[in-house]
Design a protein around this ligand. Sequence first.
Ligand code: SF4
Ligand code: SF4
Length: 444
Amino acid sequence: MLASRIRGGVHPAYRKELASGQPIETAPTPERVDIPLAQHLGVPATAKVARGDEVAPGDLIGEATKLICANVHSPVAGKVRAVVQKPLPGGRLCDYVEIQVDREATDAHIWERQDIDLDKIDQKWVAATLRGAGIVGMGGATFPTDVKFSPPPNASLDTLILNGAECEPYLSCDHRMMVEHAEELLHGMLLADAAFAFSRLVIAIEKNKPDAIAAFNAAIDALGLRNAARTPVEVIGLDVRYPQGAEKVLIKVVTGRTVPAGKLPFEVGVVVSNGQTLFALYEAAYFGKPLVDRVVTVSGEGIERPKNIRALIGTPVADLIQLCGGVDPATTKVIAGGPMTGTALPSLDYVVTKGLSGLLFLTQSEYPSESPCIRCGSCVEVCPMGLMPLKLAAYAKAGKFELAKATNLADCFECGSCAWACPANIQIVSWIKYAKNYIRVKGL
Ligand code: SF4
Ligand code: SF4
């Protein structure tokens, strides 16, 4: 089936050339890791360790005690220095487990491969594996993946989509994973297929990554997946247009189905998963390895040598900067994530987390300052949800939250297209997020 075109959307300068040609490099084991217990959507995990405790790689240090929550594991061998409260990039406080690392013992640890009989695994096994390993959506959403893979009994799922769009400018960590680990990602899809017996397995990739498309086609051949008796695996090339990779947009483009406002993809029979998330499922199932590392793109004109780096969760941002040769003093903005949906960092005192897809060091020319709205309508034109972004931002600025709510604020999925299209560089999404938070906190 051919992919259809998305409504609205923009063509931002992708700037992927800065890092996309850089093979994944593994960061050295840090001397110390600081691991937040709230790296996921939902309630924070509960600390299972205290100052002075010895930990080994894979030990549970934060336990999921609610449904929308995720386990947190130690990526290292070492000793717990403290459990302290510190801010997350968005400003919210959470417990961090600080560990003094035994680098020798950490580097000597081996995750042993184990055999899996795909005929013997089911949905419950996959969900339990995801839950046990603390796996969350690694495209940035950080929704606990076991919940996504545990639809209500009456739901009928027929399609799994590997989201390989990676449409955010600058980011190339998923791209590199697809090029370098296509077979492992396919194994992750096969595990999910063993659980749900999908009728379609779709790998959806923007056409600007022909090497990733080629890598998957080669891996499908190498694993003998073109056998007519198996669930077909399709590799679909998507038009290059932001926000092609937004979950609901991707489902519409790939299947023609519309996920109703406020509903989840399983309502239309679809599961969408980021590639690194499926890689984490593969590692958890075949190696018993919880989610303790990830690939991060470090890029922007402000970083000396842009790279894609596999780093342990809890690795200080300063370590990644050092590995990339340092920061240019002309850097005016540091963003965790991509430039469209990411969060500006007030300092560099942060660490690698499960949802950190990118770390961008942007200069003035890449991130210009704001001027008044000229009512050009560009933001309305590009909104894939058909919203009035200029009104939402204006209501939020004026504190008219009820009006913002009545103007369908909740339908905004914060893709950032409007802000990117705005010639006045108005931070429309920041205002939208502000209004949503205000409404949530005040219970409006
Ligand atoms: S209003 Fe929301 S959904 Fe529409 S373009 Fe802006 S961020 Fe995207
Ligand atoms: S794109 Fe920017 S300047 Fe144009 S109407 Fe929207 S908010 Fe105003």
